[in-house]
Design a protein around this ligand. Structure first.
Ligand SMILES: Cc1cc2nc3c(=O)[nH]c(=O)nc-3n(C[C@H](O)[C@H](O)[C@H](O)COP(=O)(O)OP(=O)(O)OC[C@H]3O[C@@H](n4cnc5c(N)ncnc54)[C@H](O)[C@@H]3O)c2cc1C
Length: 503
């Protein structure tokens, strides 16, 4: 098992302070880690700093869908859908344990709605040709009820497929793969000033754990700071220039086991009647629902779930699943989309583009903004292609770099279930270890074999095992209790009342 720990972090920081890099990446979300992996795999010398934790920004707060974006077809954004479907297929191959097919039902209330969905799904089907997981098909009211037992009435609808994956765990696997190709990564290191005059030549950074300060020198600095990208640009001596991002907030609510009875995801119109849709998605023994999409002007570090956000989602879920109330909500999260303003000021962010853009301003600082979790690999390829124009670098290799698992997830799960059973663990524990740790599941099982207490639940009633708290620190550079509980194991998005240990 590759060590990626506090010790790795300390060694990385020492080397960052001494070396000179081809690329310094600021931001350890999916975009920044994706760029670090792509650049390192092409032979470039890469450093990456993240002010908080990997995936602590938007990349740990998404809807967790690796999807083509059916709704973008309403805006005839065929290019975006096409790219996302291609990337979905690549990611399923690279990380089959993390990214799994998810059946989705679009319930239709009226013949008009049914005709609209049929048209959209037919276009989607044409675009998915060769990349499809299963073709869409009409489903009867009875079939809908069998899949979503708690759903009101006897709605007919259409079924199609998307994929689901844990966004934070995908980000950490990409970060680990980048380190495997020689990139140096450190979380809890903040870029606080950009070096250089007219041209940016790196960054002055602070280790947020020890308070220590040092400088990292690089030929090119990449600003992959998501919704913070305007702030990072403003750290340059040349100043920040025009504001380019309009953050938009999206919240999700998590419902207690059994409260929202469905085994498929549902994509339903919001109860607010604003033309937006809400995803209701099964996740292990729970269901989460989201999202809102509202322009946001508050503190970027702590977007909260307010009463209006909560009401918007709850009203939709309660309309479709009679009997569900606020008491069924066990956790929630809020994230900010880094949408490009497109010069439209405060225009409704729902209609703004989800495409990405790259700009060099000032010289030496490449800012990448926008995009989706699903398309991170293509965004990284685009950016590193641009870097490669000015320096010797190989071709993009990320289409063929596995993200934590070589081979079939099903075959690994069969073996892991058997090995788990021999240790007296439930079959679900074996499956879970493969889904979370890919190729490293045998080491996880061996750790439990050596210390049986590691096979016990980390928190009573939740599926996370104690061995995972150790793996978070030794395998995944978790430094604080929050890193472990919020992002590596997702204990707090299962149940918000789980206390997060300090340190
Ligand atoms: C509610 C919601 C739902 C979504 N659902 C989906 C979905 O289902 N599927 C999909 O494909 N996409 C989805 N998206 C979009 C997707 O999540 C984002 O496009 C993606 O996560 C953005 O990643 P990023 O790396 O660019 O930004 P972030 O993940 O925000 O990463 C930027 C990082 O930069 C760091 N940083 C900032 N300033 C500094 C500094 N000075 N020094 C060092 N580090 C710094 C931050 O701490 C942060 O970790 C969703 C977005 C939202 C908000």
């Amino acid at each position: 098992m590759r060590e990626f720990s506090a010790r790795t972090r300390a060694a990385n920081m020492a080397r960052m302070a001494q070396g000179r890099f081809d690329v310094l990446v600021i931001g350890g979300g999916i975009t920044g880690t994706g760029i670090a992996l792509d650049a390192a795999a092409r032979g470039l010398r890469v450093a990456l700093v993240e002010k908080d934790d990997f995936a602590s920004g938007t990349s740990g707060r998404s809807s967790r869908m690796i999807h083509g974006g059916l709704r973008y077809l309403e805006r005839y954004d065929v290019g975006l859908v096409h790219e996302a479907l291609r990337e979905r297929k690549i990611l399923r191959r690279l990380a089959p344990h993390l990214i799994r097919p998810l059946p989705v039902i679009l319930p239709a209330d009226s013949p008009r709605e049914a005709a609209r969905y049929r048209l959209g799904l037919t276009a989607y089907g044409l675009l998915t040709a060769g990349r499809n997981i299963g073709s869409h098909r009409p489903v009867s009211g009875e079939q809908v009820r069998a899949a979503a037992q708690g759903l009101r009435g006897t709605l007919r609808g259409y079924r199609y497929f998307e994929c689901q994956g844990d966004d934070a765990r995908l980000t950490i696997e990409v970060a680990r793969a980048a380190q495997g190709y020689g990139a140096l990564l450190a979380n809890h290191v903040r870029a606080r000033r950009l070096l250089g005059g007219a041209r940016v030549t790196g960054a002055a950074v602070t280790d947020e754990i020890s308070g220590e300060r040092f400088e990292i020198r690089a030929a090119v600095t990449v600003n992959a700071a998501g919704v913070w990208a305007d702030q990072v640009r403003a750290l340059a001596a040349a100043g920040g220039g025009q504001r380019r991002l309009v953050p938009s907030k999206g919240v999700h609510l998590v419902f207690a086991p059994g409260a929202v009875r469905t085994t498929v995801a549902l994509f339903v119109p919001s109860a607010a009647g604003d033309g937006h849709f809400v995803f209701i998605v099964p996740w292990e023994d729970r269901v989460y629902a989201g999202t809102t999409d509202t322009a946001y002007g508050g503190d970027l570090d702590c977007p909260g779930v307010g009463e209006p956000d909560r009401g918007y989602i709850l009203d939709t879920v309660a309309r479709d699943f009679p009997g569900v109330t606020g008491r069924d909500v066990v956790a929630s999260w809020a994230g900010l989309r880094p949408l490009l303003s497109g010069g439209q000021g405060d225009a409704a962010t729902y209609d703004l583009s989800r495409k990405h853009a790259i700009a060099e301003d000032p010289p030496g600082l490449l800012t990448i903004a926008g995009g989706k979790l699903t398309t991170y690999r293509a965004m990284a390829e685009d950016l590193v292609d641009r870097l490669a124009r000015d320096r010797p670098a190989g071709r993009c290799r990320t289409r063929d770099i596995p993200l934590g698992l070589h081979g079939s997830a099903r075959a690994a799960s069969r073996l892991a279930v058997e090995r788990a059973r021999r240790l007296g663990l439930a079959p679900a524990a074996g499956t879970r270890l493969v889904r979370c740790y890919g190729d490293d599941w045998p080491e996880a099982i061996a750790m439990i074999g050596a210390d049986r207490s590691l096979g016990e639940p980390a928190v009573d009633g939740l599926p996370v095992l104690r061995v995972e708290l150790e793996l978070a620190r030794s395998r995944e550079m978790a430094i604080t209790g929050e890193d472990v509980f919020v992002r590596r194991t997702r204990l707090t998005t299962r149940d918000a009342s789980v206390p997060v240990p300090a340190g």
